[in-house]
Design a protein around this ligand. Sequence first.
Ligand code: AMP
Length: 217
Amino acid sequence: MRIVLLGAPGSGKGTQAYRLQKEMGLPQISTGDLLREAVTAGSTLGLQAKKLMDLGELVSDDIVLGIIEDRVCAADTTDGYVLDGFPRNLGQAKSLDNLLTRLGQKLDATILMNVDFELLIKRLTGRRTCSKTGKLLNIYFSPKEELEACIKAGGELRQRADDNEDTIRNRLLIYERETQPLIKYYGDRNILQIVDAKGSMDDVYIGVREALDNPLL
Ligand code: AMP
């Protein structure tokens, strides 16, 4: 299955894509993760991307499309994949359509992760990663024991560079302006399913699986 997860920053796309990867064996393709890898590697592309990512702006379509094209053609994608954070504007959505047509493939599902604004802000400002285990945590929502376990194991609760309040506000504005039009784009083509994404990870996963088990087409 080829799946697009749509949703604002903090809507839980990454968490659900990771779970789909684990349970359905579909590789998670996150443009945000791929760009962060390029930043860490210090490549020219990474350096270009970093300035925009730190401001919460979108990285240019050319860069992102190059990354996506390489990734969806890799050997592990024959049974499909979960796109997490791509496409993020109409141009990218149309380029994805063209790429899939060229490859003789189609999207099977597009899922919108629906969460209200206030909760998004809390999820994003509270988001931390344990430097020791890589576990994704949240200072507002994770059990105290899990937060303490990271520290006790000698880890630090690290915040992503773009999870500060100014950048978050900009990322949400950009989501509204650039990404929200994709709801109509995929809705008009009858492949958009909306999942209530405000609950626990497990509840949201049940919603996602229900949507995938009941395709619209
Ligand atoms: P994410 O991890 O999905 O929240 O993405 C982090 C940042 O990476 C975004 O704020 C953008 O700067 C950049 N980014 C990720 N995916 C895309 C994309 N499809 N198009 C443009 N920029 C992207």
